[in-house]
Design a binder for this molecule. Structure first.
Ligand code: FAD
Length: 523
């Protein structure tokens, strides 16, 4: 226990998702006293496990690691749980499923894919460009507020300049290409080189993972590269995503943080425009010299009181785009399903239903009108095939991210609407694994609305706020508030709605805490 004798912590962190825990650990490892407050009974937020049926533990929401940052882990003293690298299997209606791992592509039967060389070349090109953007993920976005005559601003600009230098080093041809594709849409880029088939579908689906955007939306090449810049490998954590969250919590405890669950923060105490602690839902007060919030950006502002913000900041935060489009469907199966044309190793892979780039775009269309797609993009994994510890008695868990599903369904999320979503998901899976439906003994459907209710994430959004080109880097969450400090002295944003965004990375939390220390708040 690190509770200081004068009952004032150096920092209170709102939310024990992995970013809140990363922020807390960063501060505690610098000798600061930290208390993490979590409204739910357990830690982990979107990255938690849940027992969804007797003897079955499922990754409740997030299931695969794409972007866990090794540098962040090292700094936090975290040894990530064992994980296995998974191939992606892009399922095909004609049974010629495509297997992708890193820059390699083949058919599921082992035969050569005609676009393998084209894919390897695109992968190389995008990874090179993405590495430049990746440099930015561990940095506080530069502030240009002081103007070009200001020394601090110039130092900040050095970060961007590095990107520029990197660009220059690329040579003219690559630089021109980088700038050409940067703001373009993934659909056009993909179909420039590939037939509109499952390989193109995989590329398109990954460009819009978790987003309120279709591959034809502008800026989706940027998000494609941005994801690659932060890693890009697909890994399944043993013990489920909850095991990853547990390692973050253990690191926080080891560093001396107090973690209190089961009662959330109702209000941030602000005195003289400075954050001074929090009031919990049960009325108890925790004093602190600083407060970090890992909940949504608008909610973070509300927690302190909108009266502390100018009208422009309130307007920007209110208009933040954060409509979730991903539902989670967890299925308990009485046995392993049989995907036609896949061997045991590939069945245990990341199974993607995105049969073409056009399929992905079409799946996006209905969500704009408050409807769910009849042919959704599905990313499914059966973690129990790689990790039997998750299920007993030969059961399996099929964990599926289903996109696109609206937050506000026209007509509302009635029991019938949920049933429809479940049926749509099962119908799509049955195309590739006939008989799968008969194996289902238990199901759980989490709509974006449920995700919001269960985690507080606005719109139930995967990243707490859309990762569009108007809401990333120096514009995340909004222009003028991208440097973690959140408008009030000692008040910081440290969750997925801060740079560099969501996914299980821990980087937003780590960056925010480091910036707080750099700003001298706890000096
Ligand atoms: C369906 C779905 C599937 C996903 N799949 C993946 C995936 O496979 N891989 C991946 O990398 N990412 C995935 N993501 C995204 C990823 O899970 C999130 O971006 C990431 O976990 C966000 O972490 P966080 O700590 O910033 O926020 P959260 O995990 O949302 O944590 C915020 C915490 O704050 C708590 N809280 C809220 N209000 C209060 C309050 N008033 N007081 C105290 N505590 C409060 C919440 O209970 C929660 O624990 C998925 C997201 C969703 C929704």
């Amino acid at each position: 226990m690190s509770k200081p004798s004068d009952l004032t912590y150096d920092a209170v962190v709102i939310g024990a998702g992995h970013n809140g825990l990363a922020a807390a650990t960063t501060l505690a490892r610098q000798g600061k006293s930290v208390c993490v407050i979590e409204s739910r009974d357990g830690i982990g937020g979107m990255a938690r496990n849940a027992a969804i049926a007797p003897g079955v533990v499922a990754p409740k929401m997030a299931h695969l690691l794409y972007n866990l940052n090794p540098k962040t882990l090292k700094e936090l003293g975290i040894t990530a749980p064992k994980s296995v690298s998974l191939p992606t299997v892009s399922l095909a209606d004609d049974g010629r499923h495509v297997v992708i791992q890193g820059d390699l592509v083949s058919y599921a039967d082992g035969s050569a894919h005609p676009e393998a060389a084209t894919f390897a070349a695109l992968h190389k090109r995008l990874t090179k460009f993405a590495a430049l953007l990746g440099q930015m993920s561990l940095k506080t976005p530069p502030s240009l507020a002081g103007g070009l005559m200001d020394m601090a601003t110039l130092q900040e600009l050095a970060g961007l300049a590095k990107l520029g230098i990197g660009l220059k080093r690329m040579g003219k041809k690559d630089m021109r290409e980088f700038l050409r594709i940067l703001l373009s849409n993934a659909y056009d880029l993909i179909l420039d080189d590939f037939a509109d088939a499952p390989l193109a579908g995989m590329l398109a689906a990954d460009a819009v993972r978790g987003a309120y955007a279709g591959p034809r939306s502008p800026g989706t090449v940027f998000s494609m590269m941005y994801r690659l810049g932060n890693g890009g490998d697909v890994r399944l954590p043993m013990g489920g995503m909850g095991a990853v969250a547990d390692t973050f919590a253990n690191a926080a405890k080891l560093a001396g943080c107090d973690i209190r669950t089961g009662c959330g923060v109702a209000q941030v105490i602000v005195e003289n425009d400075t954050a001074r602690g929090v009031i919990l839902a049960d009325g108890s007060v925790i004093n602190a010299r600083s407060v970090l919030s890992s909940i949504g950006a608008f909610q973070t502002m509300q927690m302190a009181g909108v009266q502390h913000y100018d009208t422009e900041a309130v307007r920007r935060l209110r208009n933040l785009r954060n409509k979730g489009t991903v539902a989670k469907v967890n299925l308990v199966l009485s046995g392993a399903p049989d995907f036609v044309g896949l061997d045991a190793k590939l069945t245990a892979g990341r199974l993607l239903i995105a049969t073409s780039a056009t399929y992905v775009e079409r799946a996006f269309n209905p969500v704009k009108y408050g409807d769910m797609s009849n042919a959704p993009v599905i990313e499914a994994v059966i973690p129990s095939l790689s990790d039997p510890s998750l299920c007993s008695d030969g059961q399996h868990i099929l964990s599926a991210n289903v996109q696109y599903v609206p937050y506000a369904l026209a007509g509302g999320w009635t029991p019938a609407a949920r049933q429809k979503l479940l049926k749509l998901t099962l119908d799509r899976l049955e195309v590739y694994a006939p008989g799968l439906g008969r194996l289902v003994t238990h199901s759980e459907v989490l709509t974006p609305l449920d995700i919001e209710t269960q985690t507080g994430a606005p719109g139930g959004h995967w990243h707490h706020a859309e990762m569009g080109i108007d809401q990333i880097l120096t514009l995340r969450p909004v222009n003028g508030m991208a440097r973690y400090g959140f408008g009030i002295a000692g008040y910081y944003l440290c969750g997925a709605s801060a740079h560099p965004g969501g996914d299980v990375m821990g980087t937003a939390g780590r960056n925010a805490a480091r910036q707080l220390l750099k700003d001298g708040v706890l000096a």
